[in-house]
Design a protein around this ligand. Structure first.
Ligand SMILES: CC(C)(COP(=O)(O)OP(=O)(O)OC[C@H]1O[C@@H](n2cnc3c(N)ncnc32)[C@H](O)[C@@H]1OP(=O)(O)O)[C@@H](O)C(=O)NCCC(=O)NCCS
Length: 279
C-alpha cells in the first residue's frame, strides 16, 4: 500500500477487528495478483463514467475483488477530494466495505465477501452515502409520463442495513441529496429518485403495520408497473440466507418475517418492483 498504511485503509473502510487479520493476509498473499490487476483495470475503465462503461468481470472470486478494492481506495479518496466531496460522505460511503465483510462473516461464519459485485458501485465512484440512504447516480432506461424519460440521470436509492428506517432520517437524506448532487454533479441534473427492491412488492404493504417505517418508505414511491422475479432477495435481506430448504426453521417473530415466509410458503416469488418519486 503506497498512499496509506493498512491501519488507515482499514479504518477508512470501517473493517471490523474480526476481519483485519484476514485482510492483512490477503494483502500479503501475491497468489492472485495478476487477476487482481485485471479487476483493478476493469474498475478503472469504468471509474467516473457512472456506469456508462460497465465493469467486466475477469473473475468472480470475491477476495480478488476485495484486494482490487483495497488497491483502488487511494484513487477513490483522491477523486472525492479533488471534487471537494465532504470527508464524512467519503467515509460513510466506503464504510460499506466493512459492513458487507461483517455481514458475510455473520452469514457464512468465515472471512468472505458475498456481495463483491455490489461494491463495484463504490469503487467506480458512482454511489454516495448521505446519512441513512445511499444514492447511485446513473442514467436510467425507465420511463414515467411527465417524470422520467429514458436516458435521464436519476438517483437509484439503496438502503444499507444500519438500524431503523425512520422517516425523519429518510427526510434528512433526501434533503442532503437535494443539495449534494447539484453542487458536485451539476452536469448530470437529477429530479427523480428511483428504487428497485423486494420492499416495493405490493405484497409487503398489506402485511406490515400502517405505522411501520418500511411502510412509510414504500408509500413514498409511485409504482412504475414493472417488476422482475426477486427469487431469494427478500429472504436474504430479512434472514440473511438464500436457503429455501430452511424456511420452517426461520423465526416468525415480526410482521416482516411473517410476510416474507408466508409468501414463499404459498409457492409465490417475491418481486423486485420499481418505483420513483420526485426529489
Ligand atoms: C427492512 C428495514 C428497512 C426495516 O426498517 P425498520 O425501521 O427497522 O423497521 P419497521 O418499523 O419498518 O418494522 C416493521 C416490522 O418489521 C420488523 N423488522 C424490521 N427489520 C427487521 C429485520 N431486519 N428482521 C426482522 N424483522 C424486522 C419490525 O420488528 C416490525 O415488526 P412488527 O410489525 O412485528 O413490530 C431495515 O430492517 C433494514 O434496513 N434492513 C436491511 C436493508 C435492506 O433490506 N435493504 C434492501 C435492499 S433491496
Amino acid at each position: 500500500m503506497t498512499a496509506m498504511n493498512t491501519t488507515e485503509l482499514f479504518d477508512l473502510l470501517a473493517i471490523a477487528e474480526a476481519d483485519r487479520e484476514d485482510c492483512l493476509a490477503l494483502l500479503a498473499d501475491p497468489a492472485h495478483d495478476i487477476v487482481v490487476a485485471e479487476v483493478a483495470a476493469s474498475l478503472t475503465r469504468s471509474f467516473g463514467t457512472f456506469n456508462e462503461i460497465t465493469v467486466t468481470e475477469p473473475t468472480q472470486d470475491p477476495l480478488v475483488w476485495l484486494k482490487a478494492y483495497f488497491r483502488l481506495t487511494p484513487a477513490v479518496l483522491e477523486w472525492h477530494r479533488e471534487r471537494g466531496i465532504p470527508e464524512q460522505v467519503t467515509r460513510d460511503t466506503l464504510a460499506d466495505v466493512g459492513r458487507h465483510l461483517a455481514i458475510s462473516r455473520r452469514v457464512t461464519g468465515e472471512f468472505s465477501l458475498q456481495t463483491w459485485r455490489w461494491l463495484t458501485h463504490h469503487f467506480t465512484v458512482r454511489i454516495f452515502a448521505l446519512g441513512r440512504l445511499q444514492f447511485a447516480l446513473q442514467r436510467t432506461d425507465l420511463e414515467a409520463a411527465g417524470a422520467i424519460t429514458p436516458g435521464d440521470w436519476v438517483l437509484a436509492v439503496h438502503i444499507p442495513e444500519q438500524g431503523p428506517l425512520l422517516p425523519s432520517l429518510v427526510d434528512e437524506s433526501l434533503a442532503a441529496a437535494r443539495s449534494f448532487f447539484p453542487r458536485f454533479f451539476g452536469d448530470r441534473p437529477v429530479t427523480v429518485v428511483t428504487c428497485d427492491s423486494w420492499m416495493l412488492d405490493p405484497f409487503l404493504l398489506d402485511r406490515v403495520s400502517a405505522t411501520s417505517n418500511v411502510g412509510a418508505f414504500v408509500r413514498r414511491f409511485t409504482p412504475l408497473g414493472h417488476s422482475t422475479d426477486g427469487h431469494t432477495d427478500a429472504l436474504y435481506f430479512v434472514f440473511r440466507t438464500r436457503d429455501l430448504d430452511r424456511l420452517s426453521e426461520l423465526p416468525r417473530d415480526t410482521s416482516l418475517q411473517r410476510a416474507v415466509l408466508d409468501r414463499l410458503e404459498l409457492g409465490e416469488t417475491w418481486q423486485v418492483a420499481w418505483g420513483y418519486f420526485r426529489l
